[in-house]
Design a protein around this ligand. Structure first.
Ligand code: MLT
Length: 406
């Protein structure tokens, strides 16, 4: 008789954004006349930039001709894209990352979930609390997290690093020594950023204790301050201890197109085993590459026109971020984030729990956000709003929130 992977049974509830989606759909079905404004999941709303559309059209035409048709993509991704990434995202910032250290994929979420596979089940993970749920849930599925405490909402074998108002939502070194450290900056969900100096301390720490940092930089395009690093490889010694995850979803609006990449430097080793070789083996066995069309679209992100258009798109969302931040402040909320990230993190008013505030917003003013507790116990009483809506919806949502009867 077959058996299932029982680790899946340990997962409490469904994936955060699926649970929210179900709740909102049920409300919408019961109140079809209500206009719901969705500032919950960090999904973009602006159309793809013209330079990207042009690249997609061009690639579609190529696929229609025998002489330019492409089948399977190379394991690690097309060189034209990997070269563009290495040059623009890394060497232009002084980071010594080469094209053959870049693995193109269909998005950072999959890589964030899959990367744990190349590590032993004995490894102890450390995560920020609150945290993007994929890091923890994928380790639960693998059987690395121990047992779940329903009251504390924590896993026995996970090291939690609380990110609260007191530490400016930046984690401190944990008391217990982790093997794998997940860091995401600019942060989802809090919108907090980490300074170059502080990230250097994390790199030094990881090298000292022999840990690997899995650094999720999906939101780097939203950085506005000079002191904030765009990549962990801006720090000395990072190539010996860090894997970096990147996405085209947030900087170029590819949430529905799907493209991302992971950097595994060749210097990153466990004894004489190269992590690059392990990830290459995994990629080659389990993945057939992002579509040619999409990789050409990714290349256009780095073209002159693409860069100008996407800068405008990021500025559009950051204008929303400022609007939300200022509006909430004016209305008396405790607010953070929104300066180097498209997320605004606020304290639920009147002592409400984060789900109570979620229900209140949905039912009273038909605005959807994300309850902080969905990201971990330290997110309780907090709430996340995204700047990825349209400007018009953002303005309307803020009017409605200001009119809440609390
Ligand atoms: C979020 O809302 O946290 C993100 O959009 C989820 C994701 O990028 O997978």
């Amino acid at each position: 008789m077959f058996k299932i992977n029982e680790n899946y049974l340990k997962l409490p509830g469904s994936y955060l954004f699926s649970a929210i989606g179900k709740k909102v759909n049920a409300y919408s079905a019961a109140h079809p006349d209500k206009k719901i404004i969705r500032l919950g999941i960090g999904d973009v709303t602006q159309p793809l930039a013209p330079a990207i559309i042009e690249a997609l059209h061009g690639a579609v035409d190529e696929m229609g001709k025998a002489e330019t048709f492409r089948g399977y993509a190379p394991d690690l991704g097309y060189e034209f894209l990997r070269n563009a990434i290495a040059e623009n995202d890394y060497r232009a910032r002084g980071c010594d990352i080469h094209a053959d250290e870049i693995f193109v994929s269909d998005g950072a979420k999959c890589d964030a979930g899959n990367i744990q596979e190349i590590f032993s089940l004995d490894n102890r993970i450390a995560v920020c609390d609150p945290v993007y749920p994929v890091y923890v849930d994928s380790n639960v599925m693998a059987g690395r997290t121990g047992t779940y405490d329903n009251i504390a909402e924590t896993w026995s074998n996970v090291i939690y690093m609380p990110c609260t108002e007191e530490n400016d939502f930046a984690p401190e070194f944990p008391k217990e020594t982790p093997d794998l450290i997940y860091l995401c900056f600019p942060n989802n969900p809090t919108g907090a950023a980490i300074t170059r100096q502080r990230l250097q301390e994390w790199v030094d720490y990881a090298n000292r204790v022999g840990a690997v940092i899995i650094y999720d930089a999906a939101y780097e395009a939203y950085i506005s301050e000079e002191k904030i690093p765009h990549s962990i490889y801006e720090c000395e010694g990072a190539k010996a201890c860090a894997i970096e995850l990147r996405s085209f979803s947030k900087n170029a609006g590819f949430t529905g197109v799907r493209l991302g990449f992971t950097v595994v430097p060749k210097e990153l080793r466990c004894g004489d085993v190269s992590l690059h070789a392990l990830w290459a083996r995994r990629h080659g066995t389990k993945y057939n590459g992002a579509p040619y069309l999409v990789q050409r679209a990714g290349e256009a992100v780095y073209s002159e026109a693409g860069r100008i258009q996407l800068k405008e798109q990021v500025a559009y969302y950051m204008n929303n971020a400022r609007y939300i931040y200022d509006g909430l402040k004016e209305a008396g909320y405790t607010v953070s984030g929104g300066v180097n990230a498209p997320y605004i993190w606020l304290k639920a008013p009147c002592g409400m729990t984060s789900w109570e505030f979620f229900d209140c917003l949905l039912e009273q003013v038909n605005v959807v956000g994300t309850p902080g507790s969905g990201f971990g116990p330290s997110g309780e009483t907090y709430f996340r709003l995204t700047a990825f809506g349209s400007y018009e919806n953002t303005v309307e949502a803020m009017e409605r929130i200001k009119g809440l009867e609390l």
